[in-house]
Design a protein around this ligand. Structure first.
Ligand SMILES: Cc1ncc(COP(=O)(O)O)c(C=O)c1O
Length: 384
């Protein structure tokens, strides 16, 4: 039987393909974005405690009050912004759900949504399922900054939403105050909203702060900020995150959220609420990842790839354009099979698979694993 697909263009994602290939060929998997190390035992014990104590039934639809209240404190501490726990904070089943519910709450058939590419792969299907039209704007090479002139010229009366992501996957680009100001100037007197994917908010390098869109008075009024505890605390399998948005947006957001998942795993919410009471638990994350990024970029110099060290996220992108014109997908596959290091071809992050001869590595791995991978990458030239 065949049914008309609502997403005919969607197949198995490259992340699944490369991870499977890494497994089949015994390669070190630097492809998919998940940490190769465990979380803090303190957090794991809190989950065990709340599970055993019987916190196992449905949580309130918007999240347990205790966790939402701690998020108010955390948001004020990190970004100097006071949000309301009752009307502006919602706990959801991962940032993917936050992004989906935010897009669905705004987009009607025929509405246009600006997507800056390369982009995380969940944005496009979320837009299409609501009948929205993605308008793709490439980021500017070589640094992958936002081309504000192109964004401005794409805006018209049909534009309803702009998808943004900082720290950025896959490029590692970190938004500047100028980026925030440009976006604010663009939407301040238009009916355009923003979905801001900030899942790597705590992974920034070289002392650069993450500038949440919440910090800008204009953007704060029009933005769904989507975050992920899974990314921050090395527990991506928990699929738990949050959405912070002004009351009017949150009201619509929750109408969708309550029929997508209704609520999110109860003992995890209690555990995270306790864990987040100690700010060091998230304040130590940048230093933790800085060591890994430094180790990785130092070693990557030996491979012959060209790159600018990531400013944020746990990804390092690198170019081989000066070495070969092989397609990025072929290179990723051959690296996995022959060098036994798996990465992601960056063309997977473009709707039209634009191939700029770039690959992405995830360096959220144990140091020994990174060192082994870097040793193997010194033989990269053998592939060309
Ligand atoms: C940019 C970006 N947004 C969202 C997500 C998904 O986050 P979660 O696992 O909390 O759904 C990811 C995961 O890779 C990501 O890289």
């Amino acid at each position: 039987m065949s049914i008309p697909s609502k997403l005919p263009q969607v197949g198995t994602t490259i992340f699944t393909v490369m991870s499977k290939m890494a497994q089949d060929f015994g390669a070190i998997n630097l492809s998919q974005g998940f940490p190769g190390f465990g979380s803090d035992p303190v957090l794991l014990e809190l989950v065990a405690k709340y599970t055993l104590e019987g916190f196992n039934q449905y949580a309130p639809m918007s999240g347990i009050p205790h966790l939402r209240e701690i998020m108010v404190e955390k948001t004020e501490r990190c970004y100097g912004v006071k949000v309301d726990s009752e009307t502006e904070v919602t706990i959801v089943s991962g940032a993917t759900e936050a992004i989906f519910s935010a897009v669905t709450s705004i987009i009607k058939p025929g509405d246009e949504v600006i997507v800056l590419e390369p982009a995380y792969d969940s944005y496009e299907p979320s837009i299409l399922l609501s009948g929205g039209i993605p308008i793709h704007i490439p980021l500017k090479l070589p640094d992958f900054s936002v081309d504000w002139d192109r964004v401005r010229s794409a805006v018209n009366y049909k534009t309803k939403l702009i998808m943004v992501n900082s720290p950025h996957n896959p490029t590692g680009y970190l938004w500047t105050q100028e980026d925030l100001n440009q976006l604010a100037a663009l939407i301040s007197d238009r009916d355009i909203f923003v979905v801001s994917d900030e899942v790597y908010e705590h992974i920034t390098f070289d002392g650069r702060p993450h500038l949440s869109l919440l910090t800008h008075p204009v953007l704060r009024e029009k933005t769904f900020v989507c975050g992920s505890y899974g990314k921050t605390f090395h527990v991506t399998g928990w699929k738990i995150g949050f959405c912070i948005a002004p009351e009017a947006l949150t009201k619509e957001f929750r109408k969708i959220h309550q029929f997508v998942t209704f609520s999110t795993v109860t003992p995890l919410q209690h555990a995270l609420a306790d864990y987040l009471k100690t700010p060091e638990h998230y304040e130590q994350i940048p230093a933790f990842y800085q060591k890994k990024r430094d180790l990785f970029v130092d070693g990557l110099k030996e491979s012959g790839l060209s790159f600018t060290p990531a400013e944020g996220s746990f990804f390092q992108m690198a170019s081989y354009a000066h070495l070969s014109d092989m397609s990025d997908r072929e290179l990723a596959e051959r690296m996995t099979k022959e060098l036994k290091v798996a990465c992601i071809p960056v063309s997977a992050f473009y709707h039209d698979h634009k191939d700029d001869k770039l690959i992405r590595f995830c360096f959220a791995k144990e140091e020994s694993e990174l060192q082994e991978a870097l040793g193997r990458l010194t033989n990269l030239a053998s592939l060309f």
